[in-house]
Design a protein around this ligand. Structure first.
Ligand code: 3PG
Ligand code: MG
Length: 401
């Protein structure tokens, strides 16, 4: 991978850059601008180098249709505030507005194209369709910089195909994220503890498989824990359960035992009879042993004994990676476990890495500064796929040339 400096003198050059500005919004208010802030080192470098910066980014999943709900306008505004300069937002992606906006840029100025996912070809599975769109992107730049780490696992026109058409380099964010993940994969200081949460066990099987080889302790919470509890022979009531994966989970428990590694599961859990995601409310919360979940209740957070157990394991670690909430953390009465993990990480001296939007939002909402952690990754899916040992198209393409 080439670095920004390898691109040479950028004065007066049009630098086309992919960023990940897929930020959580409440109406048009950005509730966590971490991904925009993470792009600043590269953008500041490009501005002081006198480049004409043209940013490509996406927001949500508009599925190839123009939809004002997914406009990048809040991101353009926030980026302008952070950079202390106006960021011009084109009204389209590769149309007349984009062309005119780029042509009007002076050295050191920054423009943002509209949501690349307004273009149906951006996410097309047909190579030729993506290549045709990528050629239109490439016409807007002289060089390409890849800095949207959160999307490098996507084989999409603005991430993958465009990199083949222009001299390219990794931006500072991509370079830093890869550095950290490489360290976790190849030379973690031990004990290396991984905390996994989130709803679906099926999404995490690949990464568990790979982490069992690398990590010393695997902590499992969140909705996925109940399939593991079932594998221990417990009844889980109406908790999330992936019945088809119970055997796989039992297999992992065996494998870990044979390899002398620890898989820590909840010993107690907070259960509720009803959850309402829309209104963010739940019925009364009760704490029960993990082996005694009532038939008509579902586990929706880890319990206090489990919080202590997990925090203890985190305290003893030299390296920690965390992805995924321990419970339904968007509902206040079910956020305790996630907050406990965040606190344990913030207080630990280990090199701690947080991946995934929910976990990153949890630590920021609790008021911890980003500096309390070793690294807060801007990629959830991307960092997991990296740790899983998969090839990420947006990184592989940079290594090709
Ligand atoms: C993310 O939010 O995980 C990235 O921006 C990628 O978005 P996607 O999952 O919609 O491709
Ligand atoms: Mg995502």
């Amino acid at each position: 991978m080439k670095s920004l400096e390898d691109l040479g003198d950028l004065r007066g050059k049009r630098v086309l850059i992919r960023c990940d500005f897929n930020v959580p919004l409440d109406g048009d208010v950005i509730t966590d601008d971490g991904r925009i802030k993470a792009a600043l080192p590269t953008l500041t470098y490009l501005r002081s180098a006198g480049a004409k910066t043209v940013i490509m980014a996406h927001l949500g999943r508009p599925k190839g249709e123009v939809n004002p709900k997914y406009s990048l306008s809040p991101a353009a505004k926030r980026l302008g505030e952070l950079l202390g300069t106006e960021v011009k937002l084109a009204a389209d992606v590769v149309g007349p507005s984009a062309t005119a906006t780029v042509a009007a840029l002076s050295d050191g100025e920054v423009a943002l194209l509209e949501n690349v996912r307004y273009e149906p070809a951006e996410e097309s599975k047909v190579d030729a369709e993506r290549a045709e769109l990528a050629a239109k992107y490439a016409a807007l730049g002289d060089v390409f910089v890849s800095d949207g780490f959160g999307v490098v696992h996507r084989k999409q026109a603005s991430v993958y195909d465009v990199a083949k058409l222009l001299p390219n380099a990794a931006g500072y964010l991509v370079a830093k994220e890869v550095d950290v993940l490489k360290k976790l994969t190849e030379t973690p200081e031990r004990p290396y503890v991984v905390v996994l949460g989130g709803a679906k066990v099926a999404d995490k099987l690949g990464v568990i498989d790979n982490l069992l080889k690398v990590a010393d302790t695997l902590i499992i919470g969140g909705g996925m824990a109940y399939t593991f509890l079932k594998a221990l022979g417990y009844e889980v009531g109406i908790s999330l359960l992936d019945a088809e994966k119970v055997d796989t989970c039992a297999d992992y428990l065996e494998q870990a035992k044979a390899a002398g590694k620890q898989i820590l599961l909840p010993v107690d859990t907070r259960v509720v009879a009803e959850l309402d995601f829309a209104s963010r409310t739940a019925s009364a919360v009760t704490i029960v042993a993990a082996s005694e979940i009532p038939a008509d209740q579902e586990g929706a957070d880890i319990g206090p004994e489990t919080e202590k157990l997990f925090a203890e394991a985190i305290r003893g670690a030299k390296t920690v990676f965390w992805n995924g909430p321990m419970g339904v953390s968007e509902i206040e009465s079910l956020a305790s476990g996630t907050n406990a993990v965040a606190k344990a990480l913030a207080e630990s001296d280990a090199f701690s890495v947080i991946g995934g939007g929910d976990s990153a939002a949890a630590v920021r909402n609790l008021g911890y500064p980003d500096t309390a952690f070793g690294h807060i990754s801007t990629g959830g899916g991307a960092s997991l796929e990296y740790l899983e040992g998969k090839e990420l198209p947006g990184l592989a393409v940079l290594e090709e040339n």
